[in-house]
Design a protein around this ligand. Structure first.
Ligand SMILES: [Zn+2]
Length: 526
C-alpha cells in the first residue's frame, strides 16, 4: 500500500511541472512595455495612412491604382528594413484591368442639378456626352417587358429603387459598451449572414428577373444605366461581372439615394426628366492579382522557418480611397512589423506581413497564398509550409480600435489569448468571443484548418462608409490605429516566441450534405 502510494505520488510529481507549464503563458512584459512606447512615441501610422489613401488613391483590383498601391507598400517595407520584400503573383485575374478616367452626371430638366456619382467597375464608356430623357424602367414581372420594347434604345435608363430610405435615429459612430462586449463574449455560434429557408425561393426568382432585365437593357441598347445605390447621400461603389476580352458592358452609374429618388419621384408624377452624362473608362490587360510581402526573419535554429503571418487586403473599390476598407488594416499590419523591427527584436519564428490583392472579388490574394504555400488546391494535400504555419492575424473591420478577439470557434486558443490580452485590459481590450467572424481573408486559413483570427473592433461608422466614395482619410481615427498596431505587434511577438505554434482546430468528419446546404451562408466581403 505504502509503496504504491509513494510511486503514485512520484508519478504525479513528474507531471505537475508540465501541467502547470501548459496552463501558463510566458509574457515578456519588458517587451510589451517597449512595444507600447515605440507604437505611441514613434508611430508611423499617420504617414502610412496618408500614403495608402490620398497618395495612392483607390486601389481597385487590376487597376493602375492597385499597381501604385503595391509599389508604394513595397517601397515602405524596404524603408522600414523588412526582409525578403516582394510583390508576388497570387492568382490569375479574369476581369482584367479597368480605370475610370472621367465621370460627369447632371439633371438638366426640369431644372439643373449636378449629382455625385460613381461608375460601376468593369462597365463601359458613354459615346461622348449623352443628353436626353431619363426612362424609368419599372419591371416587376415578366409581363412588364413588352411596354418597354423599342423604348430604351440610346436612352438613359433609371432602375427604380428596391429599398425605402428611412431616417436613422442611431448615432453615426459608436463604440462597444460594456454590456455589448459582454453579450459578444457569450457563445452564440453565428455562421455568417444567412437567408431564412423560405426566402431562398424568393431570392432566386428575384435574381432570375434581375438577370433578364440586364439582358433586356443590353439587347435593346440603352446608352447608360443608372442605379440607386441606397446609401445616405453618397454613391456606393460596385463592380459588374466581367471577363476580360468580352464586349464592354453598357456604361453604368451608381447614384446616391437622394439623386435617384428625386428623379424617380418626378418621373412617376409625369414630370419629364432630362440628364447629361459622360463616362470614360479604360479596359486594359492586367491578368494577375498580386500580394505585397515582407518579413522579419526568425532566429531560432529550430523554429526560424515557422511563420507568424499578419495580413490585410490592399485592394479597394474604385470610389473614395479605400481608407477604412482596408488601408486601415494594411497600415496597422505594416506598423506592427515596423514597431518590432525598430525594437530590434530577434523573434524565434519569422514574422511576415502580407497585403492581399483581390479580396473584394473573392479573397483572391489570401487564397492564392494558401494555394501557393500551404495546401494544394487540387489534391488538398498539405505543402511543407503547412506544418510550419504558426498563426494568422487579420484586420478588415474599419478604423475602430481592438476590443478583443474572435476565437473563430477555436476553444483551444482561449487560455492563450486570455493571457495575451491582459496587458491591454486598461486600454479597452477585454473580450474574447468564441464566435466566427466572416467576410475576409482569415477565412482562407481557417478553411484549411490553420489558426486564423480577426480582432473585435469598435464599429465606428464602418457600415455607412465602406465601399463608398465616402471611404477616405476622414474616416480614419489615428489613435485607434496606433492602438491596433501595438496590440497586433504584441500578439505577433507572443506567437513568434512561445514554445509551440498556436493550436489549430482538430479535424472533424465532413458535414453531411443536408447540413452543408442549410449552413451555406450568403457571402459578404468586407
Ligand atoms: Zn475589406
Amino acid at each position: 500500500m505504502k509503496i504504491r502510494r509513494i510511486i503514485f505520488s512520484a508519478w504525479l510529481l513528474m507531471f505537475i511541472p508540465s501541467i502547470l507549464m501548459s496552463q501558463t503563458e510566458k509574457i515578456d512584459l519588458n517587451m510589451i512595455y517597449k512595444i507600447k512606447q515605440e507604437g505611441q512615441r514613434n508611430s508611423a501610422i499617420e504617414d502610412l495612412a496618408f500614403g495608402l489613401t490620398d497618395f495612392t488613391g483607390p486601389r481597385l483590383t487590376g487597376s493602375t491604382g492597385s499597381t501604385r498601391g503595391n509599389e508604394w507598400a513595397k517601397k515602405k517595407m524596404e524603408e522600414f528594413g523588412f526582409q525578403n520584400v516582394r510583390i508576388e503573383e497570387a492568382r490569375n485575374f479574369s476581369n482584367g484591368g479597368w480605370d475610370n478616367l472621367k465621370t460627369y452626371a447632371a439633371m438638366t430638366a426640369p431644372y439643373y442639378a449636378n449629382f455625385a456619382c460613381n461608375p460601376i467597375a468593369w462597365t463601359g464608356s458613354t459615346k461622348g456626352l449623352v443628353k436626353g430623357e431619363v426612362v424609368l424602367l419599372d419591371i416587376r414581372a415578366e409581363t412588364d417587358f413588352e411596354k418597354y420594347k423599342g423604348k430604351i434604345t440610346g436612352k438613359i435608363v433609371l432602375i427604380p429603387s428596391t429599398t425605402t430610405y428611412e431616417v436613422s435615429f442611431e448615432p453615426f459612430a459608436s463604440r462597444y459598451t460594456k454590456e455589448q462586449l459582454e453579450q459578444l463574449s457569450q457563445a452564440a455560434l453565428q455562421q455568417g449572414r444567412r437567408l431564412p429557408a423560405g426566402d431562398m425561393g424568393n431570392y432566386a426568382a428575384q435574381m432570375t428577373l434581375r438577370n433578364k432585365i440586364s439582358e433586356f437593357i443590353r439587347t435593346e441598347g440603352a446608352a447608360v444605366i443608372l442605379r440607386n445605390s441606397g446609401t445616405f447621400n453618397v454613391p456606393r461603389s460596385g463592380n459588374a461581372r466581367y471577363a476580360a476580352g468580352n464586349p464592354e458592358p453598357i456604361a453604368e452609374l451608381n447614384l446616391p439615394t437622394e439623386a435617384a429618388g428625386r428623379m424617380e419621384r418626378l418621373i412617376k408624377r409625369n414630370v419629364a426628366v432630362e440628364m447629361e452624362i459622360e463616362i470614360q473608362n479604360r479596359f486594359f490587360d492586367s491578368p494577375k492579382i498580386y500580394n505585397v510581402i515582407g518579413e522579419i526573419p526568425g532566429t531560432d535554429k529550430l523554429l526560424k522557418n515557422e511563420v507568424v503571418l499578419l495580413g490585410a487586403h490592399i485592394d479597394s473599390y474604385s470610389g473614395g480611397t479605400g481608407a477604412a476598407d482596408n488601408a486601415s488594416g494594411c497600415v496597422v499590419m505594416m506598423e506592427a512589423l515596423r514597431i518590432l523591427k525598430n525594437l530590434d527584436v530577434a523573434p524565434r519564428r519569422t514574422i511576415r506581413v502580407a497585403l492581399w490583392g483581390g479580396e473584394e472579388q473573392g479573397l483572391n490574394g489570401s487564397r492564392g497564398y494558401v494555394e501557393k504555400y500551404l495546401v494544394d488546391s487540387k489534391t488538398r494535400e498539405h505543402k511543407p509550409e503547412f506544418d510550419r504555419f504558426a498563426a494568422y492575424f487579420n484586420m478588415d473591420n474599419g478604423t475602430g480600435k481592438y476590443r478583443g478577439i474572435y476565437l473563430q470557434e477555436n476553444d483551444m486558443v482561449r487560455p492563450i489569448f486570455e493571457e495575451w490580452i491582459k496587458p491591454f485590459e486598461d486600454m479597452g481590450v477585454t473580450t474574447i468571443a468564441i464566435r466566427n467572424t466572416g467576410g475576409t481573408d482569415h477565412q482562407s486559413f481557417d478553411a484549411v484548418g490553420l489558426p486564423g483570427f480577426q480582432f473585435i473592433q469598435d464599429e465606428i461608422e464602418y457600415d455607412r462608409g465602406y465601399h463608398s466614395v465616402m471611404d477616405t482619410w476622414e474616416r480614419l481615427i489615428m489613435a485607434d490605429l496606433r492602438h491596433n498596431a501595438i496590440v497586433t505587434a504584441s500578439f505577433a511577438y507572443n506567437a513568434a516566441m512561445r514554445d509551440a505554434k498556436l493550436p489549430g482546430k482538430p479535424a472533424m468528419k465532413p458535414r453531411t450534405s443536408v447540413e452543408q446546404n442549410q449552413a451555406r451562408p450568403v457571402p459578404v466581403m468586407n
